[in-house]
Design a protein around this ligand. Sequence first.
Ligand code: PA5
Length: 440
Amino acid sequence: MLKLDTSKARPFLQSDWNELMSEAAVAEGLLKGKMGPGNDFLGWLDLPEDFDKEEYARIKAAVERIKADSEVLVVIGIGGSYLGARAVIEALRPVVGVPFDGFPEIYFAGNQISATYMRALQKALRGRRFSINVISKSGTTTEPAIAFRLLKRQLEEQVGKEEAARRIYATTDRSRGALKKLAEQEGYECFVVPDDVGGRYSVLTAVGLLPIAAAGIDTDALIKGAQDMRRHLLAAPGNNPAVEYAALRNGLLRQGKTVEILANYEPGLHYVSEWWKQLYGESEGKDGKGIFPASVDLTTDLHSMGQFIQDGNRILMETVIMADKSSLPVLLEGEEEDLDGLNYLAGRTMDFVNESAMKGTMLAHVDGGVPVTRICLDEIDDYSLGELLYFFEYACGVSGYILGVNPFNQPGVESYKKNMFALLGKPGYEAAGEELRKRL
Ligand code: PA5
């Protein structure tokens, strides 16, 4: 089971821990009792137990079809409509581009508007057997809509319209939106983003589960991990690591620790941090409040951001994700001539070196005035990731309520969209477009 170690962070707290925990308990009560702001978006709370079993069976059947007819699955989506899937897939398949046991390679698209990326993707897909999973809850988001228009055309050109329709899977609202309409018209198989689950909390719906299962990852174990974490958190008043994490980060924020960096020592966890940044950034960054979520991949970034973390503006707190059980042992052997000076490590594994770097860095950062919290997984596998995802979601809800915001809306995201539509000349935005062009 995931463990939270606050022993290198709590000593920094200037406020009373019991008072912070009482505040956090009130916030958790709002979440559990579904009485806080945004309570119509709490479907994710019960999702690990209460998911659509019929749809889950269809996801598994779709994966079998994709395996049979495609070497590549292109996952089109942005924000909450792709980060969860990418987080789990890259954590468990860290070397991208290596085919896995008969499952397709997973490519991502529609998470930016880069023509360079699109051209390269189109080229990579030329002559290859591919399927598309287009994911958009609203069904109207510009980035995935553009990518889908282009890649759908390519698929139709490569295999014909009828076969393309069989290889396109749409994950969207049950009944509304342009994508739903298009999918119905073209006969694509549809999967649902439930009304009461926001994008950034949707990894355990078809949004995450279809791409994750298609990558050959055991989604039963992922869901089981989330389920066990849910049961643990709901049954653990007074001993709840998610509530503790939420209380601690808010206590530190009040002392001026306005930035939280999530650190990992496994490159495969890069997108777990990206997912976490969206979860916390969109949930808490509003009404002039919030902790800025940042991330570092270590030890890589010790050679770039290490200086700032150790010695720069003391606004940082750090949370490290680590695993108790290491991966496959990679042994360092001695050499007759010790030209690179590494013989002192002969007989040691790379994991031993990585772990020593992690422990040394943690103590150095603590000495530099950075509170360090550790989240320890048993290992980096499907089950533990399920635990971790649910842990972070639950903690985020509690933390948002401690902060006094609605953690389940994202009003700020609309501002850039309005300006972009106006500058693109979308009908209905003419006056705003004129105004913006003058300012440019
Ligand atoms: O968390 C969110 O709500 C957002 O990040 C959305 O997931 C993102 O904007 C994509 O929206 P949609 O799924 O409607 O295309």
